[in-house]
Ligand binder design. Structure first.
Ligand code: MN
Length: 480
């Protein structure tokens, strides 16, 4: 059997089907027959997905240049720790997870890896080499092209495709990792290795081809890869902010549709399905996490994801849901009455949570910290609950007294991960370019209101403001 040496497809197709050229621009007799979808890379590219990717971009909205810039900034930060030596940094990609036998879950890339190169295939490795004199030289090790496996899993980018797609300096098959690293060890005696064995991203890579190199004692280990990387990741670029705005807008619009659709006796599961549908038809790739759709008392289980009961007339429903759009998450919570109208008690507590939430949002300015906002929220909650008699008048420690009513922090960073940059302390001063959540809750009645907010040099910008939270507005939408 003849095989096209460029795209690896077999050359046995009759002449009337020969019409196409292969991915590398060399005449290939079979390509259009074997792969009718013309998807030549392991991920969307400008050539195959012009509706998603513009020329020069690796992933939607983010150019090769921006990726290169991220790697440059990361290496500059890393160099500050040790200027006189050579450095090598290893960042593995995720591996596939299986739902059952050979049935894979939708693949989700490790976001640290994705942030640095935009490459979406599993079992890959990013190697950055740098020193005081030369900026980072980047190598990607990628899954080897294999015609049999590609029949099942779709095309892989391969070596040439990877370079063309991402603009990294070099690419090799991932079968060559071990040899490459042992050659590096021969050529370099005195260097800093950036890798954290404890934060396992890809067990088979780590226990396989990386093991010998990482456990070698010729080098100085620095395990703080995540710390330096997250110091960058926590500050969003203008392109990232645009994508996050869209992610929040999609989820916000979808919330309106779910509210309109809800009715007494609705199954939580339907509201989940409605949210999923509305986000996807607005171009989100996937929901950012299993949503919480909790009627009545179930809203008090913070991570309730069973979503399989009926929401009865008179109950509130709490939905905590967001989508992933071009790799960036939104994370919104709204609580509304399925009947379309709040009862007096519900309205009383809802108004309290909303007042607190708005005051916390106003605090999202440079110089504040998430921890300060958390304490402020508890203090406000304590005072409000004192007013309505839930906390006694003579209570001396309102902050402690309020904690059981909101058992989680009021805020977390948001970005490519839902709980983004979790190594950045919650005591870090807020800076323009950070995106955080504000999510006070009244546990007991199960009311939580959560927005996503961008810190700017002036006023905070609420990215999820399209999702209604004023009770009158919610009731109006539901009356339609
Ligand atoms: Mn959240």
């Amino acid at each position: 059997m003849k095989v096209c040496m460029r795209c690896l497809s077999p050359g046995t197709i009759p002449s009337f089907l020969r019409k196409s050229t292969c991915i590398r621009g060399v005449s290939c007799v079979t390509q259009s027959y074997i792969y009718p979808s013309r998807r030549w890379f392991g991920q969307p590219a400008a050539q195959t997905h012009p509706h998603l990717i513009k020329e020069g971009e690796v992933t939607p909205g983010i150019t090769k240049e921006e990726y290169r810039n991220r790697r440059h900034l990361l290496s500059s930060l890393a160099l500050q720790t040790e200027k006189s030596r050579n450095h090598i940094m290893l960042v593995p990609s995720a591996t596939k997870q299986f739902m059952s036998q050979k049935i894979p879950y939708p693949f989700h890339q490790n976001t640290d890896f994705l942030y640095l190169c935009g490459f979406m295939e599993p079992d890959s490795l990013l190697v950055m080499e740098f020193n005081h004199f030369e900026s980072a030289n980047t190598t990607l090790f990628v899954p080897k092209r294999n015609i049999e496996e590609e029949k099942w899993d779709g095309p892989r980018s391969g070596i040439e495709g990877t370079i063309q797609l991402t603009g990294v300096d070099r690419a090799f098959n991932n079968t060559e990792i071990e040899g490459y690293l042992s050659r590096y060890l021969c050529d370099n005696s005195d260097f800093v290795l950036w890798y954290n064995e404890k934060a396992i991203v890809n067990r088979s890579l780590q226990e396989g081809v990386l093991k010998n190199f990482v456990r070698e004692d010729k080098h100085y280990k620095n395990e703080n890869v995540i710390t330096v990387l997250q110091a960058l990741k926590v500050l969003k670029s203008s392109t990232e902010i645009e994508i996050m705005k869209k992610s929040c807008a999609i989820a916000s619009q979808s919330f309106i549709e779910v509210m309109k659709y809800s009715y007494p006796g609705v199954n939580e599961h339907y509201l989940y399905a409605k949210m999923d549908y509305e986000c996807r038809i607005r171009d989100a790739e996937i929901l950012a996490y299993p949503p919480v759709v909790a009627g009545g008392n179930r809203a008090n289980t913070i991570h309730y994801i069973n979503n399989n009961k009926i929401v009865e007339d008179g109950d509130l429903v709490l939905m905590d849901a967001g989508c992933e759009y071009h790799g960036y998450c939104s994370d919104i919570t709204r609580t509304w009455p399925v009947s379309g109208k709040f009862t007096d008690e519900q309205r009383c507590i809802y108004d309290i949570v909303l007042r607190i939430q708005k005051k916390c949002l106003e605090c999202c300015v440079p110089g504040q910290t998430m921890n300060k906002i958390y304490v402020y929220m508890l203090d406000l909650m304590g005072k409000e609950l004192q007013t309505i008699g839930v906390i006694p008048r003579n209570c001396s420690n309102l902050i402690e007294a309020a904690k059981p009513f909101c058992p989680h922090h009021v805020s977390h960073y948001l970005g490519m991960d839902l709980h983004d940059t979790d190594h950045v302390t919650t005591n870090q001063q807020l800076q323009p370019g950070m995106v955080i959540t504000i999510e006070p809750e009244f546990r007991g009645m199960g009311i939580r209101i959560e927005d996503n907010v961008l810190i700017t040099s002036s006023k905070p910008e609420v990215l999820s403001s399209g999702a209604p939270k004023e009770p009158e507005e919610i009731e109006k939408i539901m009356a339609r």
